[in-house]
Design a protein around this ligand. Structure first.
Ligand SMILES: Cc1ncc(COP(=O)(O)O)c(C=O)c1O
Length: 301
């Protein structure tokens, strides 16, 4: 089985293939996935091809390889991936005590998640398990925003673009394979598409980290879009909103470290936190701790 991947699909495919004793072959854009992502397919024994191209280039090559050589393509143009992902919607509704949220916000790259989650809700509606549908917001990085551009034109046309490098590397995709499925779902779910800049996504992710959720840049894109839609009045204060967090922050340590070191291009870190280096001296330590606690207490008043 083979896939093209921006890092996470390949990790999953490699793990499941390892369980099943099947050879996984993964096509990755060289130097465009994090080290923590790269190590997973390697550790699980996948044949890992790091190619001098972007995700869209990997996608074209794996499609040709699979079409010619009887290898199963595990990306979302085949049903395996999208059918499995439908269960996310079922879990959302189950965890909401079988009520449907008002909004679901989903980071979108190849647009499999938008299509699959939508289909999961439609399945539950057709089975009579739920009686309404949520609105869906697809969140794109401003540097990889072909669906956003199409949305601005009422989805009347769609043009693939050359995606630019973004911190949200897993959604750096200019020619999403599931675009037509996603547009159909967005039309049916009264959907919107919004985008987030590098500064917005990095600060949104850092703000969410402060709640105890260590999240990834793609989740940051979705959260930045949440804040925008609330500000704009699309999402009302009493609405119940689910934001899909697509990866753990531990997969993107460089993004996290550089944020707090203020070393990310085009990002002004508003939630920066730095270690305070001190000698192991009780009085010095005490002074720093008490001053910090006083400052916090003052800021809360
Ligand atoms: C971390 C992460 N976020 C978001 C996405 C985007 O999902 P989709 O390609 O289904 O739009 C991916 C896709 O692999 C991902 O790995």
């Amino acid at each position: 089985m083979a896939c093209a991947s921006t890092g996470d699909t390949s990790a999953s495919l490699a793990a499941y293939c390892a369980v099943a004793g099947i050879q996984a072959i993964v096509f990755l854009p060289r130097n465009k996935v994090s080290l923590a992502q790269l190590i997973q397919p390697l550790a699980h024994g996948a044949l890992t091809l790091a190619l001098d191209t972007d995700f869209d280039g990997c996608m074209a090559l794996v499609q040709e390889m699979c079409a010619r050589h009887n290898i199963y393509l595990a990306n979302s143009m085949n049903s395996l991936r999208l059918e499995g992902q439908k269960t996310v919607s079922i879990e959302i509704v189950q965890q909401f005590d079988w009520e449907v949220p008002d909004w679901v916000i989903i980071p979108g790259g190849n647009l499999g998640n938008v299509s699959a989650l939508g289909n999961g809700f439609l399945l539950m509606r057709d089975l009579g398990m739920i009686s309404k549908l949520p609105r869906i917001a697809c969140a794109q990085a401003e540097r990889a925003n072909p669906l956003y551009l199409s949305y601005l034109k009422g989805f009347r046309e769609f043009h693939p673009i050359q995606a630019k490098p973004t911190l949200a590397s897993a959604i750096q995709i200019g020619n999403p394979v599931s675009v037509q499925k996603a547009i159909r779902i967005l039309k049916e779910f009264d959907g919107v598409v919004e985008q987030a800049s590098e500064d917005e996504l990095a600060n949104a992710a850092a703000r969410a980290d402060l709640t105890g959720l260590f999240n990834c840049p793609h989740t940051g894109v979705a959260l930045a879009v949440l804040f925008k839609l609330v500000e704009r009045g699309y999402i009302k204060r009493h609405d119940r909103v689910v934001v899909i967090s697509t990866a753990n922050g531990l997969k993107f340590p460089e993004f996290k470290i550089k944020y707090h070191e203020a070393r990310l291009a085009d990002v002004t870190p508003r939630y920066r936190n730095r270690p305070i280096e001190l000698p192991a001296d009780y009085h010095r330590v005490r002074d720093v701790v008490l001053r910090a606690l006083d400052a916090r207490a003052a800021s809360l008043h």
